[in-house]
Design a protein around this ligand. Structure first.
Ligand SMILES: [Zn+2]
Length: 197
């Protein structure tokens, strides 16, 4: 069985699995506000179903009813979560507008959990969005300072650092971490690469 995370297919290089460490951070991979709008992947109900099927929820996209009317709230939640995540990781207050938007969506009934890491189905998109919003509220309140952006200059991926020392710098050691080590090694030549991760 594969671990949690979302398979990313970058324009350059092969597909790889990125585990950002939390459900709501997986949702940020569908696009975002401002300069991230060009990456928007929520255009059709099937797009949201596709994300649901790929996410750590463990649901099949076909288990969830999604209508075109669900896409507006989905994008609104995602964009508010981006701003809230950046604020929390920078240690500054999330705006009232964003907390209200996230709380409003969290107020809907969430997915109903069943024994064995399963959910009651069929379910509706508002329940999925509520579950995502609740995840964000819980995680950001406790571990907001552990959410950070990959240290690579050209990588925007955001993850929850669950390592005990709290010193994770890269979206993935195999990807940006290795690229950095190789560059660092070349630039220093005689000294060995550092052993951080
Ligand atoms: Zn990265």
């Amino acid at each position: 069985m594969v671990g949690p995370g979302i398979v990313l297919t970058p324009r350059h290089g092969g597909a790889w699995r990125f585990d950002p460490g939390a459900l709501f951070l997986e949702f940020l991979l569908t696009g975002g506000p401002g300069e991230l709008a060009v990456f928007d992947r929520l255009h059709e109900p099937d797009d949201l179903r596709h994300w649901i099927g790929a996410s750590r929820l463990g649901l099949a996209g076909t288990d969830v009813a999604v209508s075109p009317a669900d896409l507006g709230p989905a994008r609104l939640l995602r964009d508010a979560l981006w701003r809230a995540t950046r604020a929390a990781s920078a240690g500054i207050a999330v705006t009232d507008g964003d907390t209200r938007a996230i709380e409003r969506i969290a107020a809907a009934p969430p997915l109903i959990p069943l024994w064995g890491s399963r959910w009651h189905t069929p379910a509706g998109a508002p329940a999925v969005l509520s579950t995502i919003a609740r995840d964000a509220i819980t995680v950001l309140a406790v571990d907001g300072h552990r959410v950070r952006e990959c240290a690579a200059d050209d990588c925007r991926l955001v993850f929850l650092d669950t390592s005990r020392p709290g010193a994770r710098r890269w979206c993935s050691m195999q990807r940006c971490g290795n690229r950095h080590k190789v560059r660092d090694y070349r630039s220093r030549e005689s000294s060995p690469p550092d052993g951080d991760d």
